[in-house]
Design a protein around this ligand. Sequence first.
Ligand code: SF4
Length: 255
Amino acid sequence: MKSYCLYSILSLAPMPGNVSLIVDKLRTKYDPTIALHYTNPFELVIAVSLSAQCTDKKVNEVTALFFPALAQRADHTAHRERLQIETLAHMPLSEIEQHIRQTGFYRAKARNLQRMANTLLEQFNGIVPDRMKKLIMLSGVARKSANVILGELFHTSEGVVVDTHVKRITQRLRLVSPSAMGGKQKVYYQPHKLDYVRDASPEKIEKELMRILPHELWNEFPHLLVKLGRDACIAQRPRCDVCILQSVCPVSRAV
Ligand code: SF4
């Protein structure tokens, strides 16, 4: 027996009342911790920047060699982060590119990383800032990345991370209304049955999630959806038959 009403499906009306039930179910299966590896705040900023258009697994493979390379002269753990920032700020761009090449878009990423290191030294005394408005001053750190960093390092949140998984799944679950989030690229799972809007606005979805989610869930909820998106709620062929949310999902294909 599904716990949504026919009216909601037909009208595509959002069902924010399902949020706590959804979170409870997701928690039974998924770990909401970040998959990126890091040992200090600067390393996290690098890892988050490199994760754009790249899998966390690949980023971890790359940073496993890159981070130590930035800290070769560190004689003490306490100096490691500062040394890494200074090393990156002065490293030849071509060398940075070689280190991060496998993460894709490596030229732009290398440029951003170096600028980010310089800004940290020049404007923040080598300390990763703890506010959104300062974090987004760092090259390569937009609002989404800043939300990840704030949640992970400072356990605070000034917004909700909306990546490709969150964008798709919040629409599928009708936590947000696909018809009210902008975009034109409608994806149907059956003729005339809307699945989600591929190019819906992340900004609109974030605003809506900030309205319907309790503040204490702003960090955890996106992590849970990302895990669900990788495991079951895949873009093209969702595995509804094994999905933990099939009983509450309006677009479940499970029979
Ligand atoms: S039931 Fe299917 S569409 Fe719904 S959340 Fe699960 S995998 Fe995604």
